[in-house]
Design a protein around this ligand. Structure first.
Ligand code: SAM
Length: 384
C-alpha cells in the first residue's frame, strides 16, 4: 500500500470521514508524498512522459507569445498614474504555479532577447509555497540567478506592491475544491466526503458547514439568485447533482489583486463563467483525475499518483477582482488571446526571428479549438 494511502486511511480512522477538499489537498500537496510534491525529476507529471499536457509543455511558443503581451502591459504599467510610480523604475513579473520553472525560463529568454530595455529593469518573482518545487525552479532558472526571487505567499509581495504583471497558467484548477451534492428527497445540499471500506476509499455524505448560509452554494458560485429563482432551479435538479465550489481560488485572486498596485492580473485555465455552472450535461461536476494522458471519474483512486483537477469558475474570480478595484479587460478563449498577440506582433513587423515550422505547429496545438484553443480561457484584469 502506498504511504499516502496509509496516511489518509489513518486520518479517516482517527477522525471519521473527511471532506473531499481535504482528501484532494493531501493527494496533491502532502509534503513529499502528494502528486505535486513528489520528486518528478525522473518521472515527470506534466508533458509527453507525464500524465497531461499544459500549454507550457507543448513547447516554448506559449511563453514567447506571453512575453510579448506582458511587454506591452509592462510598458503600460510603466506609464501608470499610480502616485508612487517612478517612471523608469522597477517593473515586476510575478508567476504563481511555476512548477518546474519552464514557463518562467521561456518568458525570461524571450524578454531578454526581444525586449532588452524592459528585461534590464525587471524583477521576476515566483509565488511558491512548496520547498520542493523551489528547488526544481532554482535549478531550471540558474541562468537567470539574481533576476528571479521567491515569495512563499502574498504578504511579502503585497508589502512591496507589484507594478507590472501577475500571471498563472493552470494554477487555480489545481486548488482543492469542495464537492457539493443535491439530495432531492430531502431537498437539501450536502458535502461529498471520503470514508474507507475494506481498505478502499469510498464516497459518503457529510452535512454542510455552519457558515454556509441559505443561498449556498449559489452565492459561492457567483450566482446570487433570488430565493424564488433558486427554488425553481432546485425543482429540476436530479438527485445527486454535483457541483464544486472553490472559495480558495477566489480568495487567492483577491489577494493577488490587492498586491497589484498597477498593471495586469491574468490567468490561463480551462473553466466556465457562473452562468454555465449548472448544466444538465454535467450532473457529476467538473472534477477529473488524470493519469498517463487519460481522464477518469475515479477521483479517489491512487491518491498522490494521479492529478486531480476541476474547472475554474471565472465569474467568482472576476467578481473578486472587481471588488478589489480591478477592471476586467479580457475574458476570452486562449485561441483569441494568442491570435491577437500574434497579429499585433506581425503588424509591428516583430515576428520572432526564429518563428520556425516547429513553432507554428505548437501554435496550432495552443489555438486549435479541439486542442487547447477553445477550452482554455484567459481572464485579465487591470489596475490603471
Ligand atoms: C497543473 S500544474 C501547472 C504547472 C505549470 N504552470 C504549467 O502550466 O505547466 C499546477 C501547479 O500549481 C502549483 N500550485 C498549487 N497551489 C499553489 C499555490 N497556492 N501557489 C503556487 N503554486 C501552486 C502546483 O504545485 C503545480 O505545480
Amino acid at each position: 500500500m502506498q504511504p499516502l494511502h496509509m496516511t489518509l486511511q489513518k486520518q479517516i480512522a482517527r477522525q471519521g470521514a473527511i471532506p473531499f477538499g481535504h482528501f484532494m489537498e493531501l493527494a496533491l500537496y502532502c509534503p513529499a508524498l502528494g502528486y505535486y510534491e513528489r520528486d518528478t525529476a525522473s518521472t515527470g507529471t506534466v508533458g509527453r512522459a507525464g500524465d497531461f499536457f499544459t500549454s507550457v509543455s507543448v513547447g516554448s511558443a506559449f511563453g514567447e507569445l506571453l512575453a510579448h503581451r506582458f511587454a506591452t502591459w509592462l510598458r503600460e504599467a510603466d506609464g501608470s498614474a499610480e502616485p508612487s510610480a517612478e517612471k523608469g523604475g522597477r517593473l515586476t513579473l510575478v508567476e504563481a504555479g511555476a512548477h518546474d520553472g519552464r514557463l518562467a525560463a521561456d518568458v525570461l529568454t524571450e524578454l531578454q532577447s526581444a525586449h532588452a530595455d524592459l528585461f534590464a529593469r525587471l524583477e521576476y518573482w515566483i509565488v511558491e509555497p512548496s520547498d520542493a518545487r523551489r528547488v526544481w525552479q532554482r535549478e531550471r532558472l540558474a541562468p537567470f540567478a539574481g533576476r528571479v526571487h521567491w515569495a512563499a505567499g502574498w504578504p511579502e509581495l503585497a508589502a512591496r506592491g507589484v507594478r507590472g504583471v501577475i500571471f498563472s497558467n493552470e494554477l487555480l484548477d489545481a486548488f482543492p475544491a469542495r464537492r457539493i451534492g443535491w439530495d432531492a428527497a430531502r431537498r437539501a445540499w450536502f458535502e461529498w466526503g471520503v470514508a474507507t471500506q475494506d481498505g478502499h476509499f469510498v464516497w459518503t455524505c457529510l452535512p454542510l458547514r455552519a457558515g454556509d448560509g441559505d443561498a449556498f452554494p449559489f452565492a459561492d458560485c457567483g450566482l446570487p439568485l433570488d430565493a424564488p429563482t433558486r427554488a425553481a432551479l432546485l425543482d429540476v435538479l436530479p438527485d445527486g447533482y454535483t457541483i464544486e465550489v472553490n472559495p480558495r481560488a477566489a480568495a487567492w485572486w483577491r489577494e493577488a489583486a490587492r498586491a497589484l498596485r498597477a498593471g495586469v492580473l491574468v490567468t490561463f485555465d480551462y473553466g466556465l463563467p457562473a452562468a454555465e455552472w449548472f448544466r444538465p450535461e454535467r450532473p457529476r461536476g467538473t472534477l477529473r483525475a488524470y493519469r498517463d494522458h487519460r481522464a477518469s471519474d475515479d477521483l479517489l483512486a491512487a491518491p498522490g499518483e494521479q492529478d486531480l483537477t476541476g474547472h475554474v469558475n471565472f465569474t467568482t474570480l472576476q467578481q473578486a477582482g472587481e471588488a478589489e478595484g480591478l477592471r476586467t479587460v479580457a475574458f476570452e478563449t486562449q485561441e483569441k488571446f494568442l491570435a491577437d498577440t500574434l497579429a499585433s506582433l506581425s503588424a509591428a513587423g516583430a515576428l520572432s526571428r526564429n518563428w520556425t515550422a516547429a513553432r507554428a505547429r505548437q501554435l496550432q496545438t495552443l489555438t486549435h479549438p479541439q486542442h487547447l484553443g477553445r477550452a482554455f480561457r484567459v481572464l485579465a484584469q487591470s489596475r490603471p
